[in-house]
Design a protein around this ligand. Sequence first.
Ligand code: PMP
Length: 323
Amino acid sequence: IKWTEGRGWHDAQLVPYAPLSIDPANMTLHYAQTIFEGLKAYRQPDGSVATFRPEANARRFQASARRLAMPELPVETFIEACDVLVRQDKAWVPTEGEASLYLRPFMFASEVGLGVRPANEYLFLVIASPAGAYFSGGVKPVSVWLSEEYVRAAPGGTGAAKTGGNYAASLVAQAQAIEHGCDQVVWLDAIERRWIEEMGGMNLYFVYGNRIVTPELSGSLLPGITRDSLLNIAADLGYEVAEGRISVDDWKRGNEDGSLTEVFACGTAAVITPVGSVKSTRADWSVADGRPGEVTMRLREALLDIQTGRAADAHHWMHPLGD
Ligand code: PMP
């Protein structure tokens, strides 16, 4: 679908996957006006297909567009575009378990020009790719590196938007995590370098027995849709759930005195991943016994049960596509 100043959205098309041809002066290549989303379509027990919370992705896409001075795509148009593609590719939606069809809606400036200003032309596209279960030999905890040198986002920046630049800026810190023998980078706040924000492409949750806390939306972390879903599911299951601030010292102390029983990360790709150990320039420690915790696994099952249609959809999150 195209957007042109003065004309709005026009010319929706369903076309076979193919390379795009890009002008060397395409404004996105220079000034990075680009936003995206990620969501999944799951096969349901009766053979039909449903996407998980596309409206939430559509709204976050609008928020990202506002931050990047791009035009907002109507929620219905976003959902309709995803629906049309999933219907076309229905045969590619896996038939079993956690596997899914991953959808990648995205928008970028398509105008040609060298001036730094919001573009007057944009393209919105959706592509799809089958995604297998994230963990093939069982759920495995990740090790994390606390990034003290680099920050992902600062107050007033683009951290709460899903825009390419945030990911480009994170690559060097993720490489550092790997160099230190860790799987993933965990980001701290930009001002005090003390408050836990999020992990790579996932939000974090801290489990203190029956009480579950996730870092509050500070403005510089991405408001994850899995994070939001789990706030609801954890409350449904009777846990005491809160959004709050957790410092590096809280995390370390909690694992030392045993009050912090589990830590996990959540996002569309892996749904939920346990965190098993932490490394930083100051200290290394293990999260409880380093194994997937009971609450983590219970929440993971509960969310996947809704997504795959094994449990009732009490929150009306599933968007059925019919036949
Ligand atoms: N944080 C970042 C930086 C991400 O890229 C993602 C993945 N979209 C998340 C958190 C988790 O968000 P969601 O649950 O919507 O996938």
